[in-house]
Design a protein around this ligand. Sequence first.
Ligand SMILES: Nc1ncnc2c1ncn2[C@@H]1O[C@H](COP(=O)(O)OP(=O)(O)OP(=O)(O)O)[C@@H](O)[C@H]1O
Length: 234
Amino acid sequence: MSLLEVASLDAGYGELQILSDVDLHVDEAEYVTIVGPNGAGKSTMMKSVFGLTTYMGGRIEYGGTEISGYDPEQIIREGMGYVPQNDNVFAPLSVEENLEMGAYIRDSRPQEAFDRVYDRFPILRERSEQRAGDLSGGEQQMLAMGRALVLDPDLLLLDEPSAGLAPDLVDEMFDRIDRITESGTAVLMVEQNAKEALRRCDRGYVLVNGENRYMDSGDALLNDEQVRQDFLGG
Ligand SMILES: Nc1ncnc2c1ncn2[C@@H]1O[C@H](COP(=O)(O)OP(=O)(O)OP(=O)(O)O)[C@@H](O)[C@H]1O
């Protein structure tokens, strides 16, 4: 059974519909990428799964529970994490305070959960008292992921995790995401760096104009002549 099942989803902002009849699924521990041109609706898709857009129709199920129309807090409680593309840390707060924000729906301060995040990203332990806004771009991205991982979600939504990173840090970020998926957390990721994302993922979708145009294994999409020509720069 799929962990996340999206069927015939229509969604947008207020009256403005962006997504039309989108189907998408993510299995347990699966690594799925959404690629597509600018403005295709990729971020809108991620936000819609996480309850941040106007739900207009269709069905979203997560872990067998229908979550269509849920708000983000309810969705977090169902065991999903989300890392937005921009402004994804609380700059004036310390690293550890940012992790605490990730745990706010729990009653206790889960030190063991912070330790798990620190073991995954040791640089965050070193910087735990430092202001998040003073971290490098790559460190902020790790902190944003760490905050979403504090509650040990079954599915992590990542919106352009490599955006704004220096080229030598991009591979490192992809390696970290590989390790997250290897530890059994499913990942649904949007990436501009489409070739590298498709190379690494299990399965991919090509979203165009708010509709899913292609779905196949990452390798099959990379080798599809039409997809290469139209969306991957030949
Ligand atoms: N908050 C919003 N209110 C109204 N329209 C929005 C909002 N956010 C995005 N849009 C519109 O939705 C459409 C899809 O945008 P979206 O950011 O989902 O695309 P994308 O595929 O992620 O693009 P990119 O690759 O450039 O980030 C665009 O036309 C955009 O202008």
